[in-house]
Design a protein around this ligand. Structure first.
Ligand SMILES: [Mg+2]
Length: 390
């Protein structure tokens, strides 16, 4: 970190899909509401804050969600309504700066460092954005975080949702982050958190206290350096306006080059699973897939294919990826990196209306279980188990 501090905003709509549903049907207000529910792809896309009190979360299986909150109202997603609200949001954000990086339909980073003369400081701009969104979308609310880097801005926006405006002044990152749990460090999953907890490292402040050497022993070199820097709010990633969430990708570089196409299948499957998980979490389907292969000599080949029906499942992505892999002649070719990315992203629409209608009416887990069993009988239960997913 050097020079003049940047002013980065993270804007995140509150319970986005659920809020759109409540806006369009005010009788849903104040009730536990779940948007989601396709039985074979049954995950929660979003839920209202009332449902969150019961422990319902995005990307949770509908089955589990309805066990936790049997009285929730379930509504099917209306992708076009969310897409319209999303366009309104991004149009508004672009009036403050061209430096808008979309992360999903309802979430973006903005670099407003250069916008101060026109619009005021970060907090002033954040207030205008919050008010502007509410006005332009007919009452939807957003939480905004203001900080000198992306990571801290995102932590800020998430800290006091909903309808929050949280600021971390430049230079105060370490003190600001110190009391927060290590789970808030970007990249710390349940496993890493457990490993840190076992060593008495519970807060980001604890991470700040430990030496880099100890963290390296605990987490390996790359992760340790990453978390050590994040813990003091050291994150110099730029806001990248090109990346308007047009694709979701996953890739890996191998420790040792792999020879031929066969050994690439397993990593490709893992990447498809990761991409599918993120699609589900965002409530998106993919219309196309890109397979990317970097050879040992660093030459890069990519192949793209368009799907006949929108893809949601790892299995669908994987089938297409394997077909692309076959087209690349990789016999005896040494490969150092492989990746897949999904594009032509669209909000999920209920595809099979009949099946969908069943789940919307079914409110009790036992009855939902029966629906799932019935569908399992029809399609084979592999599909159902996958749908419960991670
Ligand atoms: Mg959101």
């Amino acid at each position: 970190m050097s020079g003049t501090p940047r002013t980065i905003l993270h804007v995140d709509m509150d319970a986005f899909y659920a809020s759109v549903e409540i806006r369009d049907d005010p009788s849903l207000a104040g009730k536990p509401l779940i948007v989601g529910g396709h039985p074979t792809r049954g995950v929660v896309l979003t839920c209202s804050y009332e449902a969150r009190k019961f422990g319902v979360r995005s990307a949770m299986s509908m089955f589990e969600a309805l066990q936790r909150c049997p009285d929730a109202t379930v509504v099917p997603p209306r992708g076009s309504a969310y897409a319209t609200a999303s366009r309104t949001l991004f149009d508004l954000l672009h009036t403050f700066t061209p430096l808008v990086e979309g992360l999903s339909l309802d979430e973006a980073f903005l670099d407003v460092t250069g916008s101060a003369r026109l619009f005021g400081d970060g907090v002033t701009i954040a207030r205008q954005i919050k008010a502007g969104i509410e006005r332009a979308t007919g009452g939807l609310k957003a939480s905004v975080g203001v900080a000198a880097c992306k990571y801290v801005a995102k932590v800020c926006s998430d800290l006091r949702k909903p309808d929050a405006l949280v600021v971390c002044p430049p230079g105060e990152e370490a003190a600001f982050l110190a009391p927060l749990g290590v789970e808030r460090l970007f990249g710390v999953g349940p496993k890493t958190a457990e490993r840190l907890h076992a060593r008495g490292i519970r807060t980001i402040g604890d991470v700040q206290q430990r030496s880099l050497e100890e963290l390296v022993r605990l987490l390996g070199e790359d992760s340790a350096a990453h978390f050590h820097a994040l813990a003091i709010g050291d994150d110099d990633r730029e806001v990248e306006p090109g990346r308007d969430a047009k694709s979701i990708g996953s890739e890996s570089t191998f420790d040792r080059d792999l020879v031929g196409p066969e050994p690439l299948r397993e990593p490709i499957l893992r990447h498809c699973e990761e991409v599918a998980r993120r699609l589900r979490a965002e409530g998106l389907s993919a219309g196309a897939l890109v397979l990317k292969v970097k050879r040992a000599d660093h030459s890069l080949v990519t192949r793209r294919s368009v799907a006949t029906v929108p893809m949601l499942e790892a299995r669908e992505l994987y089938d297409l990826a394997l077909r692309l892999l076959d087209k690349l002649d990789l016999r005896r070719v040494r490969t150092r990196l492989v990746g897949v990315s999904a594009s032509a992203l669209r909000p999920i629409e209920p595809v099979q209306k009949e099946l969908f209608a069943d789940t919307v009416e079914v409110k009790r887990p036992r009855a939902l279980g029966a629906v799932i069993d019935a569908i399992a009988g029809k399609f084979g239960d592999g599909a159902i188990r996958r749908a419960g997913g991670r």
